[in-house]
Design a binder for this molecule. Structure first.
Ligand SMILES: [Zn+2]
Length: 274
């Protein structure tokens, strides 16, 4: 038995081991690394391919700096119209004083200037005529010559449009926080433009209510006495409301309101003036 076992062992083991060590093991080892290598090659190939793709995308669409803002519009044929821009009050007349001390004339001038600036940028052919460009006014220090002078400036410039900027105030109701337009009842143009301004303001996130007032019910000389041209008076908000005073005297909002207004005039002029 012993010898038999030994023989068996001696017969089997060496041959097996030999076989394994000489052929199978190296063979198994090389097979495994080749698979590994293939995986590695596939992965590396994928990385290279991705890199090439990224490079191609980068070359074909170089960092895209908002291509839509770059579009050039030919403005040379835009209508040549004159708009008279009136910054309410000024000089001797400060206008309303807000709950936190804002003086109306200091802000109406900013609305007027930004409005003109935006409008000119939209249509370089437009002619801007200001009733005042700073705190120096060309009229005498009384309301009668003040208001008459503004209308006279628009008349002499043969303005096609007139817009006046103001800040509301109400001592009776400090809660009021809407904005409003004054126009002549038969002036459909100004009515439509006011609606357009309101629409633009809403789109710009300015969520206050607004009113439309016919100057037949609330006479305003600068509007009532300008029968020759569409004339709009825009009260941008109440400085008697603390929260709204802060909002309408904020430069970012002044620009927003001025831009919404300029856009409305610009679009109207493009459509109706040739
Ligand atoms: Zn005013």
């Amino acid at each position: 038995m012993q010898s038999q076992k030994k023989i068996k062992k001696a017969h089997k083991k060496p041959s097996n081991k030999k076989n394994q060590s000489r052929y199978k093991q190296p063979k198994k080892k090389s097979h495994f690394t080749r698979r590994q290598r293939r995986h590695f090659q596939l992965a590396a190939g994928g990385v290279v391919l991705l890199f090439i793709l990224a490079l191609l995308v980068h070359l074909l669409f170089p960092s895209q700096p908002a291509p839509t803002t770059k579009k050039t519009v030919d403005t040379s044929q835009y209508p040549h119209v004159t708009i008279c821009i009136d910054a309410g009050h000024g000089g001797y007349d400060g206008g309303n004083v807000g709950v936190n001390g804002s003086i109306e004339k200091d802000y109406t001038i900013q609305y007027a200037k930004y409005f003109g600036k935006y409008l000119k940028a939209m249509n370089p052919n437009i002619r801007l005529v200001y009733t005042r460009e700073d705190d120096n006014v060309s009229w005498d220090s009384n309301e009668d010559s003040d208001l008459k002078a503004r209308v006279k400036i628009a008349n002499e410039a043969k303005a096609d449009y007139f817009i006046s900027f103001h800040l509301y105030s109400s001592e009776q109701n400090p809660k009021l926080d809407d904005y409003g337009f004054f126009y002549r009842g038969n002036d459909q143009v100004s009515y439509d433009i006011a609606q357009s301004i309101a629409k633009n303001l809403k789109q710009a996130g300015w969520n206050y209510n607004y009113t439309m007032t016919d100057v037949a019910t609330y006479p305003l000389y600068v509007i009532s006495d300008q029968k020759e041209r569409p004339s709009l008076l825009f009260e941008v908000g109440y400085s008697s409301n603390a929260k709204q005073e802060k909002a309408i005297t904020n430069t970012k909002n002044i620009k927003k309101i001025a831009k919404a207004s300029a856009k409305a005039y610009h679009n109207y002029i493009l459509k109706h003036n040739k």
